[in-house]
Design a protein around this ligand. Structure first.
Ligand code: RM4
Ligand code: MN
Length: 394
């Protein structure tokens, strides 16, 4: 058995964990639902300012979530400078700006790929608006998930749609300031079922390569067919320097958006193992570790706290892998020894290590329990009455 817990490795792991940041999605703090109904919860944020307050609470308890991504137009406010200042007052900042191409009647047959040039122009103009929001909030990441696709063979020309997409993306990309990035997400099905226009990482990467250095791929862990080897994709995108961000969540079947690490902690560990192996945990590696988890049966703030803690646990285990033993086993063809170097680290209880980290940061050792004890959930349920709760899709 390899020893994942040597003092040296633990010290390096603690330093790396102290630097790790995870970005929270604003939409996780609004009501969400199933395909059939949006469920309300007491105390849910009523506007983007309250969503940011909730995100700041997650950061206060975990010490690891200092940014929050916005979704436009869900998070539209009159004064984005004021929203950014509000975030700064609470010790967080605005992360990626997500565009929305899936809730306008004009986009029924596509947005950036639509056969009608007027619709494409509208979708491009929406990104101009998002880039303005970036300038006003100090955000550097424009995140684009393309919901476009077709449901029936022959419905539209597959190649024509790619050509139109390339042209539209180019027009969006050309508007970026230096230092801004375009993050391009993919998803293999939904809302269309015959052919999505960006179904996979290869398609996303091809468009990014054509656009230029400022374009990188977003890997949403819920956007693959069952059984897909996601860590292989992570490795490949890191190899070519084009892994821009994760959208972390868990899935059993589709794009389930469950708490990350809940369905398959070993998969999350394998993903983080590729990150650590490529030295991509460093804050300047260009990989934005974001959550895209929002479900309706768990309370919002504790759900995000649990997701953050799960990412930290998987990361800690990946940092404890005995890389020399692993490399030696791989080089000598010791199949089970190499596999064992990973499973030994995965099997390590890293909660004491994370408790040590939190202690050094002046945090409670168990953020989830500390939040539950804090009375905050009861307080927002009492205080946030009246108004309209924010909700997914509104
Ligand atoms: C999509 C995709 C995007 C997210 C929306 C809400 O499936 O994952 O990242 O912004 O959902
Ligand atoms: Mn996503």
């Amino acid at each position: 058995m390899t020893d994942p817990g040597t003092p040296d490795r633990r010290a390096r792991a603690l330093a790396a964990l102290a630097d790790q940041t995870i970005e929270l999605p604003s939409w996780a703090f609004g009501n969400s639902g199933t395909r059939f109904k949006v469920f309300g919860q007491p105390g849910v944020a009523r506007d983007p300012f309250e969503k940011i307050e909730d995100a700041a609470v997650v950061h206060r308890f975990t010490g690891a979530a200092p940014r929050v991504s916005l979704h436009v137009p869900w998070d539209l406010v009159d004064d984005f400078g004021k929203l950014a200042a509000h975030a700064a007052d609470l010790g967080v900042s605005i992360g990626a700006i997500n565009s929305n191409l899936f809730q306008d009647d004009d986009y029924r047959l596509g947005s950036l790929t639509h056969p009608d040039e007027a619709v494409r122009r509208k979708a491009i103009a929406h990104h101009t608006q998002c880039i303005d929001v970036m300038r006003a909030t100090g955000s550097t990441d424009l995140k684009l998930w393309l919901p476009d696709g077709t449901n029936y063979a022959g419905q539209d020309d597959l190649r024509g749609r790619q050509d139109r997409l390339a042209d539209s993306l180019q027009q969006v990309y050309a508007q970026l300031d230096p230092g801004m990035r375009l993050l391009l997400e993919y998803k293999f099905y939904e809302p269309y079922f015959y052919a999505m226009d960006i179904p996979d990482w290869g398609t996303s990467l091809l468009h990014c390569l054509a656009l230029g250095e400022q374009a990188t791929v977003v890997l949403d862990t819920g956007h693959h067919a069952p059984g897909t080897n996601i860590e292989f994709i992570v490795m490949q995108l890191l190899r070519v320097g084009r892994l821009g961000a994760f959208d972390f969540n868990s899935r059993y079947y589709g794009d389930d958006d469950l708490i990350v690490g809940s369905a398959d902690p070993f998969q999350l560990f394998r993903i983080m193992n590729e990150i650590v192996a490529a030295d991509a945990l460093r804050p300047d590696s260009g990989v934005n570790f974001m959550l895209d988890q929002c479900h309706n049966i768990e309370p919002k703030i504790p759900g995000q706290i649990r997701s953050v803690m799960n990412v930290q646990e998987a990361t800690a285990k990946a940092l404890l892998v005995d890389r020399e033993a692993l490399a030696a086993a791989q080089a000598s063809g010791d199949v089970l020894g190499a596999h064992g170097a990973l499973t030994d680290a995965f099997g390590t209880d890293v909660r004491p290590l994370l408790a040590e980290l939190r202690e050094s940061q002046g945090l409670d050792l168990d953020p989830y329990a500390a939040y539950a004890r804090s009375g905050h959930q009861e307080r927002i349920a009492r205080e946030r009455v009246g108004g309209t709760q924010a909700s997914w899709g509104a």
